[in-house]
Design a protein around this ligand. Structure first.
Ligand code: PBG
Length: 322
């Protein structure tokens, strides 16, 4: 049927029609809010390139977690800024480390809020790389043991789910094995399976103080040019035992989200990263974009591409408006 018999506008004429045929839903239930935790008491440091996002001491993070839960957001993902860094990132798995203490405090104060933890060494190593260095290179297999210890320490502290983001080979399998051995077979793994080497992480590295001190992350994070490789990475992680797979960043990689939605059957998460947040914030501040509409549209489009879960710094701000 062609025009004039077919008129696409018939079903767009009012909100009742539009909502009846709307294909994608955006709800607060799909959102995860990232939080940065640092040592101290009563500390709230706003991140310059991420207006509205703060580095918080544990007591402040507890208050924020209460707000997050009250808004209906089901989960937070935690990033830690430790007291001290060293070559091997030992604070990442210290039983009284910043994240381990934060998990305990959050679970105690807001037991029904899911606490997800980012498992990576970059915030904890003096050189800022996501793995251990041997002969000037990030050594994959040495790093696996540190990641496994870190994941187990998070589970012991009460984390509901761990999310490895380092992009070492074999880490999902090694973490699964270590969790199971330690009695945490019920703790799921959300794998940053498809994490690109992206310029859009810039503000995060300021927030987490985790920029590499030499070189870059191209020997472990993915080349933005590659899409077929994303399918291989995702399938490998699924075979190793990932429960949820993630694509990161989100908006510049919607084709990857769509491809993985079609090629795999696991729940799919997308991370709207710090640079994506900063771009919208900056344009809105200049009056160049309508912030609320831009945020809703970007999140809706990430859902439409195929993501079940969206990790976003906008979660709190947008929750009440959904
Ligand atoms: C690594 C990690 C990074 C992000 C999440 N986990 C940074 C990186 O790989 O450099 C980026 C998140 C963001 O930009 O919002 N632990």
């Amino acid at each position: 049927m062609l025009f004039p018999e077919y008129r696409a506008r018939r079903l767009r004429q009012n909100e009742a029609f539009r909502s009846m045929v709307r294909e994608t839903e955006l709800s607060v239930k799909h959102l995860v809010y990232p939080m940065f935790i640092l040592p101290g008491q009563k500390v709230r440091q706003e991140i310059a390139s991420m207006p509205g996002i703060f580095r918080l001491s544990i007591d402040q993070a507890v208050e924020e977690a209460r707000e997050v839960y009250a808004l209906g957001i089901p989960a937070v993902i935690l990033f830690g800024i430790p007291e001290k860094k060293d070559e091997i990132g030992s604070e990442a798995y210290a039983s009284k480390g910043i994240i381990q203490r934060a998990i305990g405090a959050l679970k105690k104060a807001v037991p029904d809020l899911l606490v997800i933890t980012d498992v990576c060494l970059c915030e904890y190593t003096s050189h800022g790389h996501c793995g251990l260095i041997r002969n000037g290179e990030v050594d994959n297999d040495l790093t696996l043991e540190q990641l496994a210890r870190t994941a187990v320490s998070h589970a012991k502290a009460g984390a509901d789910m761990v999310a490895p983001s380092d992009m070492m080979d074999g880490r999902v399998g090694r973490i699964r094995e270590a969790l199971d051995e330690a009695g945490f077979s019920h703790v799921p793994i959300m794998s940053y399976a498809v994490k690109y080497c992206s310029s859009f992480y810039g503000p995060f590295r300021e927030a987490a103080d985790s920029a590499p001190q030499f070189g870059d992350r191209r020997s472990y994070q993915m080349d933005p040019a590659n899409a077929r490789e994303a399918i291989r990475e995702a399938i490998l992680d699924i075979e190793e035992g990932a429960d949820i797979i993630m694509v990161k960043p989100a908006l510049p990689y919607l084709d990857i989200i769509r491809t993985l939605r079609e090629e795999t059957h696991h729940p799919l998460a997308a991370y709207q990263v710090s640079g994506e947040y900063a771009m919208i914030k900056a344009a809105a501040k200049l009056g160049w974009l309508d912030e609320e509409r831009a945020v809703k549209e970007s999140l809706l489009c990430i859902r439409r591409a195929g993501a079940d879960i969206i990790i976003t710094y906008f979660a709190k701000e947008i929750a009440a408006k959904l």
